[in-house]
Design a binder for this molecule. Structure first.
Ligand code: GLV
Ligand code: MN
Ligand code: MN
Ligand code: MN
Length: 399
């Protein structure tokens, strides 16, 4: 049996996927770093005598006891956003492995099957749709749509999956697999300051904000930066820039809304070139998102027309607000001694699964309150407290 703590396991993988250019980590589904971590995970599963399987959508499952039914499942993801932190994703995976060790040290043998899962492409950092692995398995994203998704190099998900040994024909809803899950618990680094303010190491999740992603494509006339007079331009960068400012303005006046443009791509992207098109990605979250997006679209259209450009808006993903299973949440809180319940503005595989099985989350304190950036952090003592807490709830749920 492996004899390492969750913080020790995290230290073992601290160098995988470091992004020397952006800082932090960049690990995207089926890239070298993510595949290295999958291999590392397989080794850790083997070391613990767990049975490893890759499902038809590329998610990894390490089973303690034969697969399902009524299994207790825990885990998270190993991919990151571009230039992300060390904890978002991997913390839930190392804590799950460590929880298996802790349960064994405590002499706990689960009466129900228990699995540690690694979901693919949780961040949507490569193909644009977050929680791709869990959405595919649960059928909330149709396979035909997923297979056509393209990464920034133009590689389709179908091709990337094929190159990683998956059969594109079999990608899609997997009711037999999802039907094995009795309850799901994901441990995650907190992505805000809730636990810092409350002064505790661990919380349970209460709700996940409604959220979605859109792409706006502005089109104008590509041209020469020096030879084109200022009054004879149709430059799509203008409406793109005005839309970025409009997003901030519109979101600021809508209640409980968070809207972000974190990615913008002029094509072809040359210093001395007026762009012919510009893609702008919008991430919008909160109860009023439909009206916020309508207002953003109207502002984008007005700005595009004023510059003689066009704009097209496409939805890339949508997730309704999630309230985690209250009974399961109460069970976790009771077992852990009345830990606080926290809402989150971040999306998670647990939220996708919650439409199908009772799901819950545990958060571990992040002293910086920063996430999706290199400053994301958790103290080793809190990481290990999180794994202990996870072991405690898994022991109870698998009785
Ligand atoms: C994923 O972490 C997200 O909420 O964007
Ligand atoms: Mn994330
Ligand atoms: Mn995450
Ligand atoms: Mn997430």
């Amino acid at each position: 049996m492996a004899d390492v703590t969750a913080s020790g396991l995290l230290a073992d993988i601290a160098d995988v996927g470091r992004d020397r250019t952006r800082g932090g980590y960049s690990r995207h589904v089926f890239d070298t770093a993510e595949l290295d971590l999958r291999e590392w995970f397989a080794g850790e599963a083997r070391r613990r005598g767990l049975d490893l399987e890759q499902d038809r959508n590329g998610n990894l499952w390490a089973w303690w006891g034969g697969p399902g039914p009524d299994a207790v499942v825990t885990g998270s993801h190993l991919d990151s956003v571009p230039g992300g932190g060390a904890f978002d994703g991997p913390l839930g995976v190392v804590s799950a492995l460590s929880a298996v060790d802790i349960m064994r040290e405590r002499g706990v043998t689960p009466a129900k099957p228990l699995a540690v899962v690694v979901f693919g492409e949780e961040e949507g950092g490569r193909f644009g749709v977050p929680c791709l692995g869990s959405r595919l398995s649960t059928g909330s994203l149709p396979a035909e749509k997923a297979l056509r998704l393209r990464d920034p190099d133009g590689v389709t998900f179908a091709d990337a999956a094929r190159r990683s040994g998956l059969d594109p024909e079999r990608i899609g809803a997997d009711p037999e697999l999802v039907g094995r899950i009795g309850r799901f618990v994901e441990l995650h680094v907190e992505q805000g300051r809730g636990l810092v303010d409350l002064g505790g190491p661990v919380a349970v999740g209460s709700t996940v904000i409604a959220h979605g992603r859109w792409r706006l494509t502005f089109a104008g006339q590509g041209n020469h930066a020096g030879a084109t007079p200022m009054d004879d331009r149709r430059d799509p960068m203008l409406p793109a820039a005005e839309t970025v400012a409009a997003v901030r303005r519109i979101a600021a006046s809508a209640p409980a809304t968070r809207a972000t443009v974190g990615r913008l791509a002029p094509n072809p992207g040359g210093t001395n070139v007026i762009a012919s098109t510009v893609d702008v990605w919008l991430d919008a979250r909160g109860p009023d998102v439909p009206s916020v997006v309508r207002d953003v679209e109207a502002a984008a259209r007005a700005a595009a027309e004023a510059e003689g450009c066009t704009v097209e808006l496409r939805e890339e993903s949508w997730s309704d607000e999630v309230v985690f299973d209250p009974a399961l949440r109460d069970e976790l809180s009771a077992e852990l001694g009345d830990v606080p319940a926290l809402p989150t503005g971040a999306g998670h595989d647990a939220a996708v699964l919650s439409a199908h099985v009772p799901a819950a989350m545990l958060y571990v304190r992040n002293p910086t309150g920063v996430s999706h950036a290199p400053e994301e952090f958790a103290e080793a003592s809190d990481v290990d407290a999180g794994a202990e807490a996870l072991a405690t709830v898994l022991a109870r749920l698998s009785r």
